[in-house]
Design a protein. Structure first.
Length: 109
């Protein structure tokens, strides 16, 4: 399957991966937060913070969720990266507009 890359800039914020886990994955599996936390080897509080979208999916958590869901860690990390980039870009948009892009003829050593 070919990977789809999102064109930037997005006008709307990407969905936090915790929301996908909370709204789609866990209900379809019929699992509670506590049961899921036990299955992936983390505390209920740690998983709850991700489901509440207050904490990011770390590489460790992406490995755990990817193994649990059967879709690997890359999907979860890409969702988190898209989420983080969107908010960072919007937070420093004015500063970014002042940075001059160097010519593509400049070689990076």
């Amino acid at each position: 399957m070919e990977e789809y890359f999102v064109k930037r800039p997005l006008k709307r914020p990407p969905i936090h991966p915790g929301e996908i886990l909370r709204e789609d994955v866990l209900p379809s599996l019929g699992l509670s937060v506590s049961a899921t936390a036990r299955k992936i080897g983390v505390s209920r509080q740690q998983l709850h913070r991700i489901l509440a979208c207050t904490h990011p999916i770390t590489t460790d958590m992406a490995l755990r969720i990817g193994k649990f869901a059967g879709n690997g860690p890359n999907l979860w990390l890409r969702m988190q990266q898209a989420y983080d980039l969107w908010y960072a870009e919007n937070r420093i948009k004015e500063e970014l507009s002042k940075i001059e892009t160097v010519s593509s003829t400049v070689l990076i050593a």
